[in-house]
Write a protein that binds this ligand. Structure first.
Ligand code: ADP
Ligand code: 5GP
Length: 210
């Protein structure tokens, strides 16, 4: 089975990180793409697991050296996907799961035409607020900034292939797994598997057994 990338996007607080982590924890199909970022570490976050925390100089060097598959500035900080993540997923025959912003998703689709893009929505504005406040990682000014970004992200919803409403986590995980199961049946992803069977059928039909 050909490896491919799956980008999960959506407004801050929609649940991208939670959903991506749950998908990785509950199945061997995915490799989580650990991004590089210049933003400060939040309590509980681990270097190399949640992010690769780097300073601006290091990040800029990664850009210069062509090490990033995509990168973007979000809320004044730099975030990017190391190309090495994709190579690792391909080597392990897994899907690369990206928790990235809309600007990043556009670059991924440009670089990888077979990428799958999923837009995650919270079930309501009230729930979005509760989730952002509940996460406790933001003061009011940062929260306001995230709202502004969320507005812009929401405007890009139509660019995505799939939309999933993240109400109950279990349901969200199941919906995304269903999407992936469908995507795996696409012809372009099964060329190698189909080729032999197709040839065998063709030869049989050519010989004819009537
Ligand atoms: P994002 O990565 O999109 O900014 P997070 O994954 O950090 O969002 O989630 C924001 C908050 O919402 C977190 O506190 C998380 O625990 C909570 N959350 C995410 N998904 C769900 C869900 N399906 N049900 C309940 N809480 C959720
Ligand atoms: P946070 O700071 O809340 O972890 O992430 C802020 C935003 O940056 C989220 O929308 C998240 O999806 C996005 N993000 C995280 N990593 C990357 C990345 O590697 N590339 C891009 N373009 N966006 C990222």
């Amino acid at each position: 089975m050909k490896s491919f990338a799956v980008a999960v996007c959506g407004p801050s607080g929609a649940g991208k990180t939670t959903v991506a982590r749950a998908l990785v924890d509950r199945s061997d199909d995915f490799v989580f793409s650990v991004s590089a970022t210049t933003r400060p570490t939040r309590p509980g976050e681990r270097e190399g697991v949640d992010y690769d925390f780097v300073d601006r100089d290091e990040f800029e060097a990664m850009i210069r050296n062509g090490e990033l598959l995509e990168w973007a500035e979000v809320h004044g900080e730099l975030y990017g996907t190391p190309r090495a993540n994709l190579e690792e997923a391909e080597r392990r025959n897994r899907l690369l799961l990206l928790d990235i912003d809309v600007q990043g998703a556009r670059q991924v689709v440009e670089a990888l035409s077979d990428a799958v893009t999923i837009f995650l929505l919270p079930p309501s504005f009230e729930v979005l607020m509760d989730r952002l406040r509940g996460r406790g990682s933001e003061d009011e000014s940062r929260l306001r900034r995230r709202f502004e970004t969320a507005k812009k992200e929401l405007a890009c919803l139509d660019e995505f292939q799939y939309v999933v409403i993240n109400d109950r986590l279990d349901d969200t995980v199941e919906r995304i797994r269903t999407i992936i199961a469908g995507e795996r049946q696409r012809l372009g992803r099964r060329d190698a598997e189909i080729a032999e069977l197709r040839q065998q059928l063709q030869e049989g039909l050519d010989r004819g057994y009537l």
